[in-house]
Design a protein around this ligand. Structure first.
Ligand code: COA
Length: 322
């Protein structure tokens, strides 16, 4: 049906954050920490968290409505929704199915759980539908509300995360836009980054637990190999990548990745000081801010790289089409 359009393009990014703003100073009265420690060890200064009335669905509705408006598409043209999230309001129905009703989309919908790599996973999987002619437009969403699973007594984790949502449309295109995308996973046998599900056995723990230094090393290794693979597979020289939109977890992780790979740190867009680690929302949230700052323009080559619990990782290189 769409045989002249064998490529995928990603466009119409939008994002939103919830209402409660929390600075590093606010944490000084909750756990034994300082603004200076958090800034020096992570680069984070601020983050947003949901009020009791907000959750992943309220954020999802807001950002996806904006994405659809920006795309100029009618909802009847959208074939389905793919959501990267670990924070669906219900275990079932999934967030994607809830959104179908909210937005009036008639199509498929599913949630996928790849932690902080959720948006990159969603866009890579969405490409398969577009490029085998099963869909022409797919709504992509990354949303997480990690504040609900924070241990407010654990200074090693509670200072790192914020809530947020980001969305985009993946469309069939006559011209190549996504030049390459990839997803991958490795076991986390030591359970260095976990939250238990409602079905866990008695050993489950329902707040986030993390061995920070171990996760740091795994993140640097996985993200560095994403950069190397993306350059190899696209055949582009590092100078042809105009901007890197990385998962925003820790500025020191990004510095270490840049030191190990040929793309310099000044090409890595960073907004983690404003939002903290927003998990599956972090890449679209960063993309929107970079676009607003005029750092992303038509014709540019954008690289995305993500890493998250699982361990999951992935990335893409795409040329921005109008
Ligand atoms: N404020 C003050 N001190 C803190 C602190 C805080 N918020 N958190 C930890 N510390 C202390 C530790 O207790 C430890 O003290 P000790 O030496 O007296 O035991 C010291 O700082 C060093 O702790 P460590 O965990 O080794 O620090 P670090 O330099 O590795 O930084 C993280 C901790 C969590 C910031 C860092 O490991 C990290 O970012 N890891 C990756 C996390 C991540 O991105 N996860 C999501 C992946 S998607």
């Amino acid at each position: 049906m769409f045989s002249l359009k064998n490529f995928s393009k990603i466009h119409s990014f939008a994002s939103c954050v919830p209402s409660i703003q929390m600075s590093n100073k606010d944490f000084e009265s909750i756990v034994e920490t300082t603004d200076q420690w958090i800034v020096e060890r992570t680069g984070i200064k601020n983050r947003y968290m949901c009020t009791p009335d907000e959750d992943s669905l309220t954020l999802a509705v807001k950002t996806t409505r904006e994405t659809i408006a920006r795309s100029g598409l009618d909802v009847s043209q959208i074939s389905g929704i793919i959501v990267g999230t670990s924070s669906s309001r219900h275990v079932f129905p999934g967030l994607g199915c809830m959104l179908l009703g909210e937005l009036g989309i008639k199509g498929f919908a599913f949630d996928l759980q790849a932690a902080c790599s959720g948006f990159v996973y969603a866009s890579h999987i969405g490409r398969q539908f577009i490029e085998n002619n099963s869909a022409e437009h797919i709504l992509l969403l990354g949303v997480d509300v990690i504040s609900r699973v924070l241990d407010w007594n654990d200074r090693k984790t509670c200072i790192l995360f914020g809530d947020g949502a980001g969305s985009a449309i993946l469309s069939a295109s006559e011209h190549p836009s996504i030049l390459y995308s990839m997803i991958g996973a490795e076991p986390d046998q030591e359970l260095s980054l976990t939250v238990s599900s409602p079905w866990a056995n008695k050993h489950g723990h329902h707040k986030i637990q993390m061995d920070g230094p171990k996760v740091f090393k795994r993140a640097v290794g996985c993200l560095s190999s994403c950069v190397t693979t993306l350059l190899e597979k696209t055949g582009l020289p590092p100078s042809a990548i105009d901007i890197v939109i990385p998962h925003q977890a820790n500025g020191r992780i990004l510095q270490a990745v840049a030191e190990r790979t040929p793309i310099p740190l000044n090409k890595y867009y960073q907004c983690l000081e404003r939002y903290g680690n927003t998990s599956a929302a972090s890449i679209p949230l960063a993309y929107v801010d970079a676009e607003k700052e005029g750092l992303i323009q038509v014709g540019m080559n954008v690289m995305t790289i993500a890493f998250g619990g699982g361990m999951t990782f992935g990335g893409s290189v795409f040329n921005v089409l109008s």
